[in-house]
Ligand binder design. Structure first.
Ligand code: GDP
Ligand code: FE
Ligand code: FE
Ligand code: FE
Length: 194
């Protein structure tokens, strides 16, 4: 992929190479598909396509950074120490945006916030937040039960896609008896609950 060189001091090829060095082939291919899906959603919703494509590409940049490094960063930087009670599923968005700023030099607050919110959603979500959140869920490599409906709903109306995703993620987590991150629940109440 090639990205507009507006949001990072790295060239597009440096940025792509850095991202590739951080993850396995499968995760990298997912990031490319999320980037393409984010571009499509941006076009449909009147948002900057190049910016959405970049945000989608970097959204899982930090997904495979070692747990020990996360723990160190959470302890040493200005993070809520309650994060230590969670795991990389929750960290890679919230703390991932910090790694993206450090390693890729991206400082654009919309891009960083979209990464920050991409796993849990949030009470308030900008258009870019919604695009990345939904693109991650409906990219063409996803195969879970309900993904076709998720795509239909999301392409018809982006905010409805956010609601669909939150409702189904919450049900999926509850079925497994997983802990629900409070922000996921707060987002569900705003975007999904009747
Ligand atoms: P991925 O990084 O592309 O795999 O997708 P996400 O970043 O959206 O989600 C990562 C994982 O976090 C998924 O398995 C989600 O089900 C899970 N997840 C999302 N919200 C919560 C939550 O509130 N609690 C827990 N325990 N897991 C969550
Ligand atoms: Fe993710
Ligand atoms: Fe997601
Ligand atoms: Fe993802």
């Amino acid at each position: 992929p090639v990205f507009k060189e507006t949001y990072s001091p790295l060239t597009s090829s440096q940025l792509v190479a850095k991202e590739k060095s951080m993850m396995d082939e499968k995760r990298f291919a997912h990031c490319v598909r999320v980037s393409e899906t984010a571009r499509t959603l941006a076009k449909m919703n009147g948002y900057d396509e190049d910016k959405a494509a970049l945000a989608g590409f970097v959204h899982d940049y930090a997904k495979q950074i070692p747990v020990e490094e996360y723990i160190k960063v959470i302890k040493e930087e200005d993070f809520d120490q309650d994060l230590l009670n969670w795991n990389r599923a929750i960290w890679h968005g919230i703390v991932g945006s910090w790694f993206i700023k450090r390693d890729l030099g991206i400082t654009d607050p919309e891009i960083l916030t979209a990464v920050y919110r991409h796993t849990t959603g949030d009470v308030e979500m900008t258009t870019l937040d919604q695009i990345v959140f939904v693109a991650d869920y409906i990219e063409p490599g996803r195969t879970f039960a309900g993904v076709e409906e998720a795509r239909k709903v999301s392409y018809a109306d982006l905010a409805s896609g956010v609601g669909y995703e939150l409702a189904h993620t919450l049900a999926f987590l509850a079925e497994k008896r997983s802990k629900i991150y409070p922000r996921t629940l707060a987002a569900y109440n705003v975007w999904a609950a009747e």
